[in-house]
Design a protein around this ligand. Structure first.
Ligand code: UDP
Ligand code: MN
Length: 260
């Protein structure tokens, strides 16, 4: 069994649909590594069973765990709840190295080479490229690191109220220290924002390895015609219509039947 794992997180049955499609996209890309998903108690038993069909590890985590001093302090910081939940990935110490993927990402090509990178490797955020986007990042599980980041969260909070602000504050030298920790953009292409530079999107679209549906419009929220099996995409996403359709094709081929 591989000592490496892809890790995602879901706190409800809706994001779990994303996690299921993501897992199938990783398998289609032929990954040699394990799949792990963090679930909160708010994910239904039925959905956990579906996740167990494709994930090697389905790990329940609490949004706030009262057995830990740092977590107790977080109780007075409710806005950090979801942030904190993502941090649980550092506790997966049965693995030597992991890549975290948001549940709204879609793997288009094999990316196993990412496990050659060191913590913390990530791609630039399109809106502020001196920050990394926390939808895709390479990390080394460690309880010590988990405790340090949660303590940091208690003391300093997060400048954007989410995990991305917190992780960019904690791994503050990411933008300057080591270029090897800058993942190429093709590992985390923001589907929505890429329309800002359409010529580049067209030029490099065949090189995209991981697509990220960051923002409010998730693929599972778009209108889908079950007769023609086609998805309606808003104009801002028109350039990525076939990629959104790809998400839905995986959903129809590999996920839908298992849910009924
Ligand atoms: N997430 C979740 N439930 C939520 C919100 C977020 O499970 O209600 C997880 C999920 O893995 C998601 C990630 O946290 O992909 C980050 O949130 P999101 O992708 O919505 O943020 P964005 O990429 O749009 O900034
Ligand atoms: Mn996301």
């Amino acid at each position: 069994m591989s000592k490496f794992a892809w890790v995602t997180l879901t706190t409800n049955d809706t994001y779990s649909l994303g996690a299921l499609v993501l897992a199938h996209s990783l398998k289609r890309a032929g990954t040699a590594h394990q799949l792990a998903v963090l679930v909160t108690p708010t994910v239904s038993e039925a959905m956990r069973d579906r996740l167990k069909d494709v994930y090697n590890v389905v790990q329940e985590v609490n949004v706030l765990d009262s057995q830990d001093a740092a977590n107790l302090a977080l109780l007075s910081r409710p806005e950090l709840g979801v942030t904190f939940t993502k941090l649980h990935c550092w506790r997966l110490v049965q693995f030597e190295k992991c890549v975290f993927l948001d549940a709204d990402t879609l793997v288009l090509k094999n990316c196993d080479e990412l496990f050659e990178r060191e913590e913390l490797s990530a791609a630039p955020d399109v809106s502020w490229p001196d920050c990394f986007n926390s939808g895709v990042f390479v990390f080394t599980p460690s309880v010590e690191t988990f405790n340090k980041i949660t303590e940091y969260a208690v003391q300093h909070g997060s400048f954007d109220g989410g995990d991305q602000g917190l992780l960019n504050q904690y791994f503050a030298d990411w933008s300057t220290a080591d270029i090897k920790k800058h993942l190429p953009f093709v590992y985390n292409v923001t589907a929505y924002a890429s329309y800002c530079y359409l010529p580049a999107f067209k030029q490099f679209r065949d090189k995209i390895k991981i697509l990220h549906f960051a923002g409010k419009l998730k693929p599972w929220l778009l209108q889908f015609n079950s007769e023609t099996k086609t998805v309606s995409t808003p104009t801002d996403y028109a350039h990525a219509q076939d990629l959104i359709q790809h998400w839905w094709n995986i959903f129809c081929d590999s996920v839908h039947d298992s849910l009924s």
